[in-house]
Design a protein around this ligand. Structure first.
Ligand SMILES: *[C@@H]1O[C@H](CO)[C@@H](O)[C@H](O)[C@H]1NC(C)=O
Ligand SMILES: *[C@@H]1O[C@H](CO)[C@@H](O)[C@H](O)[C@H]1NC(C)=O
Ligand SMILES: *[C@@H]1O[C@H](CO)[C@@H](O)[C@H](O)[C@H]1NC(C)=O
Ligand SMILES: *[C@@H]1O[C@H](CO)[C@@H](O)[C@H](O)[C@H]1NC(C)=O
Ligand SMILES: *[C@@H]1O[C@H](CO)[C@@H](O)[C@H](O)[C@H]1NC(C)=O
Ligand SMILES: *[C@@H]1O[C@H](CO)[C@@H](O)[C@H](O)[C@H]1NC(C)=O
Ligand SMILES: *[C@@H]1O[C@H](CO)[C@@H](O)[C@H](O)[C@H]1NC(C)=O
Length: 484
């Protein structure tokens, strides 16, 4: 379970979170807000690309009309690869904008995530209805019907999203320019790639920003871990060091890769979300920043580089209130193969993995030499597609599918207008995003020292110094575009 949550996290989840995170936020201070925000339901078509298929289902959405003024815009926040979190209906940068601009705010949960279940289960027969193309068409139908029902005919729509939904925001403007007036595509990896080895290149650069020795020390530690794994006698020690849920068993290359990937993901996660302000969503452990990790990695009083690494992983787990690491690949495949809506990976793990295998790739391989980890090559990631969804989901299928995605949306070759692309520069995902201005109204806002989707979260004093100015510039830009 811990592992399947992590997978979703690394997908780049900004908005909301897995069910586990949502539950945590229910217990925290957003409890009051959660009860205020009622679930609303929209009758949606199952298949937008076959007029003869009239099957429908209920899609969840949230609405905040408190700021809405006649003539003001409509803001649509796009849900992503996890349950939609109602905390977003009262907080975040878009809410500040909505207050100033008199916007009506809507958040549409993504099909197949959260409570939005288009099919009886998540079998491989049903999962083809899970795609970004269907999700964009959901947005179009939602906008069309809501415009009619709420009498919003004279209002301009602006779409927002972060990470995968950031892509959806840009793509919605690209594919449905008659519906979306403008888009804010935060930390959007608009270029799909099978082998996303640059992810770890950026992890290395970000770790080294304030601590040039940090990646080297982590490399020494992960090399030691590899050596320890050569001998079965060490498995007990490794189990204890990394708080594994069960005694480590390695029967195959996949078992080995899974362990190494799972541990490395703790460091990737620290980098991706460094010093951000996701706490209002119920996320824990945000105080484990790059600076904290690299200070420990440099501190000899904790022992060898390996011992320091163990200290780091243990502290991250404690800060997140995680008890143990589920390091069994077999268990992982079993969880991810469960097709039921109540299954152990149903909060997004099974769905998002399907989207990566059939649309985006984004596989964070350890194939580059400019990074501190080893042991989880591209083949390990692609093998997961076949192990979980079946033999047809092999490398040649994945490569072809990812090419189709870039052919459909254009990848980095964005042909459109009125889109803003903010990207935190320590966030590994910026490597697949738009970081230079493509025209006078396709604008990049690269943000020094900021992490994944940092521009979307509520402001706070400790945040990277560029953020307030970026939020202001984006606001001014949107204001200008809304006058057109
Ligand atoms: C809308 O958001 C504002 C600001 O957080 C909040 O005070 C208000 O209760 C919200 N309204 C609804 C209907 O959720
Ligand atoms: C580097 O250190 C400064 C000062 O403590 C901090 O503001 C900044 O966020 C750090 N950058 C990274 C990437 O950790
Ligand atoms: C190293 O860690 C020890 C134990 O936590 C701490 O007392 C000491 O201040 C640290 N040293 C440095 C240079 O941060
Ligand atoms: C982070 O927060 C946890 C839980 O609140 C706490 O136990 C830990 O000491 C904190 N770590 C740092 C580096 O501030
Ligand atoms: C993935 O990309 C890296 C860096 O470009 C390259 O060295 C490696 O060979 C690639 N892996 C595969 C399996 O193509
Ligand atoms: C992948 O599967 C297809 C059809 O199932 C098959 O034709 C192809 O040879 C396979 N490719 C690889 C690389 O295994
Ligand atoms: C893109 O243009 C905007 C508006 O002129 C500007 O604020 C921003 O800094 C530019 N971005 C880059 C990467 O030059």
């Amino acid at each position: 379970m811990a592992r399947t949550q992590l997978l979703v996290l690394l997908a780049g989840l900004c908005l909301a979170g897995s069910d586990a995170f949502t539950q945590r936020s229910f217990q925290s201070k957003s409890e009051v807000l959660v009860t205020v925000q009622q679930d609303r339901w929209f009758m949606q078509r199952l298949d937008h690309f076959n007029g003869a298929d009239t099957r429908v289902w209920e899609q969840r959405y949230f609405m905040n009309v408190s700021f809405s003024q006649s003539g003001g815009p409509v803001f649509l926040m796009i849900g992503g690869e996890g349950a939609a979190n109602p905390a977003w209906m009262t907080q975040g940068t878009w809410i500040i904008y909505a207050e100033k601009m008199g916007a009506l705010c809507l958040l549409l949960e993504h099909r197949f995530y959260g409570k939005s279940h288009p099919t009886n289960d998540m079998s491989v027969e049903n999962l083809p209805y899970l795609s970004s193309r269907q999700a964009l068409a959901d947005l179009a139908h939602f906008q069309t019907v809501m415009t009619e029902n709420l009498g919003l005919g004279d209002r301009k729509w602006v779409v927002f999203g972060g990470s995968y939904p950031g892509c959806l925001a840009a793509w919605y403007r690209i594919k449905y320019p008659h519906l979306a007036h403008a888009a804010v595509a935060s930390s959007a990896p608009v270029k799909a790639v099978v082998n996303f080895s640059e992810y770890l290149d950026v992890v290395q650069e970000s770790l080294a920003r304030n601590h040039s020795d940090c990646p080297g020390t982590i490399k020494m530690a992960s090399d030691t871990l590899l050596e320890l794994l050569d001998y079965k006698e060490n498995y007990g020690k490794i189990t204890k060091d990394f708080y594994l849920c069960k005694l480590l068993v390695i029967r195959s290359k996949m078992d080995m890769a899974f362990l190494l990937d799972t541990i490395a993901e703790y460091i990737m996660d620290v980098v991706q979300y460094n010093n951000d302000n996701r706490e209002f969503e119920g996320v824990k452990g945000g105080n484990m920043t790059i600076n904290v990790v690299c200070d420990i990695m440099a501190n000899e009083s904790f022992g060898s580089p390996y011992d320091r690494y163990v200290e780091v992983i243990q502290r991250i787990m404690k800060a997140r209130k995680e008890k143990c690491i589920e390091a069994s690949y077999q268990q992982f495949v079993r969880d991810m193969s469960n097709i039921h809506w109540e299954g152990p990976a149903s909060s997004g793990g099974r769905q998002w993995m399907y989207q990566t295998c059939t649309e985006f790739g984004y596989f964070q391989s350890s194939d580059s030499v400019f990074q501190p980890f080893s042991g989880f090559p591209l083949s390990y990631h692609v093998q997961q597609c076949t192990d979980i969804y079946g033999l047809a989901y092999n490398l040649s299928m994945v490569v072809g599918a990812i090419q189709q995605t870039n052919e459909n949306y254009g990848g980095l070759n964005v042909q459109s207008s009125r889109i803003i692309f903010p990207n935190g520069l320590i966030d590994p995902w910026h490597a697949l995003g738009i970081n230079t201005n493509l025209s006078s109204d396709l604008l990049a806002f690269p943000i020094e020292d900021a992490a994944h989707c940092a521009d979307m979260y509520p402001a706070r004093p400790e945040e990277p110094p560029m953020l307030p100015a970026v939020r202001r510039d984006m606001y001014e830009q949107l204001t200008k575009w809304l006058q057109l």
